[in-house]
Design a protein around this ligand. Structure first.
Ligand code: ATP
Ligand code: SF4
Ligand code: MG
Length: 353
């Protein structure tokens, strides 16, 4: 139960919506100065809303510190959000589905929800117990959450290894005996052990060599096709996002500033921040590349301890930095074209790539 005693309520989501995030907020209270006792508030996630549709991959992109991982951790209730709702569509025993608010879920509901949603982190080494073999690592969720017998679990562990392209004969090896790419495959196998319907991939290939990245991305795509699992894919590399995501939400300093399909985002981005991000993505044609100019943003990302007034991007925005309304009024995320939402007072559809 949540602090006010409500268990997660059930609502009806659109048929193909797997996850619906509604006005999610996470503010961290931190000591601002050593020894002064003064407190500060870090506005890490500042009212984020989006839906993810069945079998699709939604990318969450933005610079370091913009709140991507905090959003993910709140969705999974690894940390408690300050406010907001997150509905996950769950299959009911028998037939039919219901959507439960993860944030208000009680312990029993959360246990059931946790079987349906899993996460893969950037650094699988950090999320493995170095003293457990890969077999034990994969067996753990099965032992805790299912009533399978020991031999049934062994079969399942072998299946999982094969599913991610690893040999079942490696079941007794320890994490340090695997390469980075292989360890990430094991992390994916562990995340899929309980047949979840929704997987968060938090920068799953950022720590890997570029040649290995493509292999792991291809594996994730194949698994999605085979299992119908829905992904939230967190990344800062837009080339990776273009490769794997169906939809993209661009985040800046705790807010979503643009959200649409990947094709539309790359074809005609409308937010000045997205223009700048895309202008930094190299294009394959050297002739085209020479003609393009990079949009350089001034200054660093402001601190979420004291975010700018109005539009949080106004201190660096080439379009709005001198406009009074941008400093005063926060632009709402509005649907400007079907399926294309933008939070900007002066949006402009612009071909960048
Ligand atoms: N436990 C915490 N206490 C205080 N501040 C935090 C905490 N966790 C995250 N933050 C702050 O919240 C903001 C968002 O952090 P977050 O890790 O979500 O960003 P991110 O987009 O995932 O960045 P990266 O790309 O570097 O992984 C940052 O300013 C970070 O310093
Ligand atoms: S609202 Fe103003 S400052 Fe913000 S992105 Fe749009 S033009 Fe730039
Ligand atoms: Mg992160």
């Amino acid at each position: 139960m949540t602090s006010d005693g409500r268990a997660g309520e059930s609502v009806v989501l659109g048929d193909d919506v797997v996850l619906s995030v509604d006005d999610l907020v996470k503010t961290f209270t931190v000591g601002r100065f050593f020894g002064s006792g003064e407190k500060g508030e870090v506005s890490a996630v500042a009212g984020v809303s989006f839906d993810i549709h069945f079998g699709r991959t939604m990318g969450l992109v933005g610079e370091s510190g913009c709140g991507k991982s905090t959003t993910a951790r709140c969705i999974l209730r690894l940390i408690e959000p300050t406010s907001g709702k997150v509905y996950l569509q769950m299959p009911l025993e028998g037939e039919g589905r219901e959507s439960i608010d993860i944030i208000a879920a009680d312990r029993k509901q959360l246990r059931a929800l946790r079987r349906q949603m899993q996460i893969v982190f950037q650094d699988p080494f950090a999320s493995f117990n170095p003293r457990m073999t890969i077999g034990q690592t994969l067996d753990e969720p099965l032992r805790v959450h299912t009533s399978l017998t020991v031999s049934e679990r062994q079969v399942k562990v072998n299946d999982l290894l094969q599913m991610v392209g690893l040999s079942p004969s490696w079941v007794d090896r320890f994490p340090h005996e695997f390469s980075g790419g292989q360890r990430q495959r094991v992390a994916v196998a562990r995340a899929l052990a309980l047949n979840p319907s929704f997987l968060i991939l938090d920068e799953p290939v950022s720590a890997l060599d570029v040649s290995i990245q493509a292999q792991v991305l291809n594996l994730l795509e194949e698994l999605q096709d085979d299992l119908g699992v829905t992904y939230l894919f967190i990344a800062h590399d837009l080339a990776v996002v273009r490769h794997i995501c169906d939809d993209v939400a661009v985040m800046y300093l705790g807010k979503i500033v643009e959200w649409t399909t990947t094709d539309e985002l790359f074809r005609q981005p409308m937010h000045p921040y997205t223009h700048a991000l895309l202008s930094a993505v190299p294009v394959p044609s050297p002739k085209l590349e020479r003609k393009r100019s990079r949009i350089l943003l001034e200054g660093d990302v402001p601190s979420p301890l004291n975010p700018p007034s109005g539009c949080r991007f106004h201190t660096r925005c080439p379009v709005g930095k001198d406009k009074e309304i941008c400093a005063r009024e926060e632009p709402p995320l509005k649907e400007l074209q079907p399926g294309h939402k933008v939070a900007c007072h002066f949006p402009e559809a612009k071909a960048i790539i």
